[in-house]
Ligand binder design. Structure first.
Ligand code: PMT
Length: 417
């Protein structure tokens, strides 16, 4: 019976961590310690929980476990050198730093803790830690005397001031024969801590309605007007709001993306349909986020049959679509209303005008002149604007940015409510 209970517990454990870790990008740093053998198990558990794992090893780590083992377990080449032309051509160190949702260093040796506490960039792993905006966690592993040394404890305190979280150590017998604190935490405990770090209660039970993707405005049965929005930004926001425990409705134009778990998905095609669905939910919406690239105009008339190619010129008469977010912003009582402004020039000025004209509580200014950010890219750089304040978010993955924006929204929303 006991083994049956253990089996059920372990199934429940994986179901829980699967939800938190599916598609999360985990960069696992491995340093020189005998506990490096446990990193293999941690990688296996992370992969089993649905995470995408990339491994960075210090040279010392390769004395304890081979890069080949870690490559086979993670399914990706292992990164070791800071200045490796081949690796930089694939995924360079800055890209890796931006890619990660979390950096976990397990095992973290006394040496890397000392380097990190002083903000040094002596190899690939330490450089990544300086270059990332992702949360960093450490699972130290060392001899008990080294762990308890005042210099070590001082370094750990310094790290926490820099926002680097030390997960602590286990007590027990050590490889060197000593008994005491300093053993690396077991992989399942580290896995659980990483999974929990993706979850907050900052929007607990709050109904968040998000519009995403493009709208398509039909010309005839086979043609339409649309734009390049992929939906990635809006879907990432939906996922981040779920992590913050919100009840999320995602009203989405046509995209090729998977619907995030636990999100109520309402597919729409045109701006008019999007408005219809937004209005239906307005009375229960507490936070509204308009990420969708709604077509500003639609064809005045719809041809029931395919328009034939006859003349050299075809004139299409367009009529303005309703401005969905302005209708939300003008509603009484209105939800906390967050807009996006896709601009190619005078970005802050135009976004600020939209903030006022559309009666928003927050606007996210998005420079869409740079193809590496904005429409259809995996990364984004934005400036959040509200009242007389601004906050800039440097280039990062849309998933990371979404989490930061949801944190900002959850901080702003009660005060503005
Ligand atoms: O989907 P991705 O490929 O990930 O790209 C993300 C994005 C670039 C589309 C996104 O980050 C973004 O900037 N979305 C807003 C696009 C846009 O239509 O911007 P706008 O400046 O034209 O509109 C301002 C605001 O009004 C937006 O919140 C928009 O949703 C809303 N709007 C606009 C027109 C309209 N008829 N109804 C609206 O609700």
């Amino acid at each position: 019976e006991e083994s049956h209970c253990k089996k059920i517990n372990s199934i429940l454990f994986y179901e829980y961590t699967m939800k938190q870790l599916t598609n999360k990008r985990i960069l696992l740093g491995i340093t020189g310690s005998i506990a490096a053998y446990k990193s293999a198990e941690l990688t296996r558990l992370l992969k089993k929980s649905g995470a995408d794992v990339r491994i960075v090893m210090t040279k010392a780590a390769t004395d304890f476990i081979t890069p080949l083992t870690m490559q086979a377990l993670s399914g990706h080449p292992v990164h070791i050198e800071l200045l490796d032309p081949a690796a930089e051509a694939g995924m360079g160190h800055i890209e890796l730093a931006r890619w990660a949702d979390r950096i976990i260093i397990a095992p973290a040796s006394a040496n890397i803790i000392s380097h990190l506490s002083q903000g040094q960039a002596v190899d690939l792993l330490t450089t990544l830690c300086l270059a990332t905006t992702a949360p960093i966690m450490l699972a130290p592993a060392m001899n008990q005397a080294m762990w308890q040394h005042p210099a070590q404890q001082h370094n750990i305190k310094r790290l926490s001031k820099h926002g680097i979280e030390c997960l602590g150590t286990d007590k027990g017998s050590q490889a060197c024969g000593d008994i005491g604190p300093g053993r690396m935490l077991e992989p399942d405990i580290i896995l659980q801590t990483i999974a929990n770090s993706f979850h907050s209660n900052s929007l607990d039970g709050v109904h968040v309605v998000i519009t995403a993707g493009p709208t398509q405005e039909a010309i005839d049965p086979v043609r339409f007007i649309s734009n390049n929005s992929s939906g990635k930004m809006g879907y990432a926001l939906a996922e981040a709001a779920i992590e913050a425990n919100a009840n999320v409705t995602l009203i989405s134009g046509p995209t090729h993306l998977d619907i995030p778990d636990r999100v109520e998905h309402i597919p729409v095609i045109s701006a008019k349909q999007m408005l219809f669905e937004v209005k239906k939910l307005l009375s229960t919406t507490t936070i509204f986020i308009g990420t969708a690239a709604v077509a500003d105009y639609r064809p005045l008339t719809f041809s029931e049959t395919k328009i034939k190619k006859s003349n050299d010129k075809l004139l299409l008469e367009l009529i303005k679509n309703p401005d969905i977010i302005s209708i939300v912003g003008a509603s009484k009582p209105k939800p906390f209303t967050v807009g996006f402004a896709a601009e190619t020039d005078n970005i802050i000025q135009y976004a600020t005008q939209k903030y006022h004209n559309k009666q928003l509580d927050l606007i996210i200014a998005n420079d869409v002149s740079d193809p590496s950010i904005g429409f259809d890219s995996n990364e984004n750089t934005v400036t959040a604007i509200w009242n007389d304040a601004q906050e800039e978010f440097p280039k990062m993955s849309k998933q990371q940015l979404a989490r930061k924006l949801i944190t900002l929204i959850s901080q702003r929303y009660p005060k503005e409510k």
